[in-house]
Design a protein around this ligand. Structure first.
Ligand code: ADP
Ligand code: MG
Length: 199
């Protein structure tokens, strides 16, 4: 039996509004994801995909319902505890790449590893490995602005995978890309997922 990494039950999320009663964006979401699964959640703009990803990634808390992440009820954790779980187990590819504009590609991948406690030499070595995995070794010293959208997304994926997270979340990873580049990015995500075992 594969381990259940994510188990949401009757999750609701309300957003306060400046006037009137809060709006319920997520209504009774039940979701179960097992180790090694590759899951896509699809829906039109405004349907709550980013809201759900923020909850799944513990960047935000539900208004009601239960969320068990790797067997732990997130209610039992304060912000610091959640940040620790997040840093240890979760990688994010946010909408719009979010690369550091003044840092080279290799530094963009290496810096989070340094923050996680790796020394400079090891973080650079690990960054090189993941840059290679996304086919951009020849661009290691470029700045993000010198890359195409598809290449920037590859860097964002390498950065998210380099700490070897157990779970990887990607918010509309092909949203800012043309159809062909988007297909290539999905292929990359599939192959890297198979390769790293990330859920
Ligand atoms: P999607 O990612 O599917 O486009 P979102 O999760 O971003 O959808 O948004 C879902 C709904 O929640 C939208 O109606 C949006 O306006 C609303 N919403 C999102 N974030 C906030 C927020 N911080 N405060 C208030 N409303 C929000
Ligand atoms: Mg969104």
């Amino acid at each position: 039996m594969p381990e259940t990494l994510i188990a949401m039950e009757a999750i609701c999320k309300d957003y306060e509004q400046s006037v009137g009663s809060p709006t319920r964006v997520l209504k009774n979401i039940d979701l179960m994801i097992n180790e090694g699964e590759f899951v896509a959640i699809m829906g039109p703009s405004g349907s709550g995909k980013s809201t759900l990803m923020n909850l799944l990634g513990t960047l935000d808390r539900p208004t009601s319902g239960t969320y068990m992440l790797i067997g732990e009820d997130i209610k039992d954790y304060n912000e610091r505890g959640l940040a620790e779980i997040r840093n240890k187990t979760i990688g994010f590819v946010f909408q719009g790449f979010n690369l550091l504009a003044r840092r080279s590609i290799i530094e963009n991948i290496a810096l989070p590893l340094r923050y996680a406690g790796m020394n400079t030499k090891d973080s650079l070595a690990q960054a090189e490995i993941f840059l290679e995995k996304v086919g951009l070794s020849s661009h290691r010293d470029y700045l993000p602005t010198q890359l195409s959208g598809g290449q920037q997304q590859r860097v964002a994926i390498a950065r998210a995978l380099a700490p070897r997270p157990q779970i990887l979340f990607a918010d509309e990873p092909t949203g800012n890309l043309d159809a062909r580049t988007g297909t290539a990015i999905m292929d990359l995500l599939f192959s890297r997922q198979a390769d790293t075992g990330a859920t």
